[in-house]
Design a protein around this ligand. Structure first.
Ligand code: 5GP
Length: 124
């Protein structure tokens, strides 16, 4: 799938739509999800134009991959949830329900998040 410059996270990166910024560096922007599903619900995105995890894993530089992973660890530590725990999710493609076609990692924390079985692969 080709990258669409009109997706909502592209607009946030260009400053056309506001966001509650949590973290930023050369390769990464992180901001609160507009419809948070946990007390901590941060979206961590690469600044590069990657549609999905699949695209990122194949095309991104080592520096971009490392920056994203380190940013998520840092965000969790700074939110005070590194010890209590958190969940990272990257919906990828149609079966996952990915809505925004710019790669994003959800970081959920701040409450007991419940089991993964039904969400991740069990019968519905
Ligand atoms: P997906 O279902 O693609 O994994 O998740 C997309 C996420 O983006 C959703 O959790 C949704 O609430 C969030 N989102 C959509 N539009 C906006 C927006 O304009 N601002 C912010 N901060 N989050 C958004």
């Amino acid at each position: 799938m080709a990258y669409d410059d009109d997706n909502v996270f592209a607009k946030i990166l260009r400053g056309e739509i506001p966001c509650e910024k949590v973290y930023e560096d050369e390769h990464v922007l992180a901001f609160n999800d507009i419809a948070h599903m946990a007390p901590v619900h941060v979206l961590v995105i690469p600044k590069g134009k990657y549609v999905s995890m699949d695209d990122f894993a194949e095309q991104a530089s080592d520096a971009e991959v490392a920056a994203l992973m380190r940013a998520m660890g840092r965000i969790a530590r700074e939110a005070g949830v590194a010890e209590s725990g958190y969940r990272v999710v990257a919906n990828t493609g149609p079966d996952s329900g990915q809505e925004v076609m710019h790669l994003h990692f959800h970081v959920f924390a701040g409450r007991r998040l419940g089991g993964m079985r039904r969400q991740a692969g069990g019968s519905e």
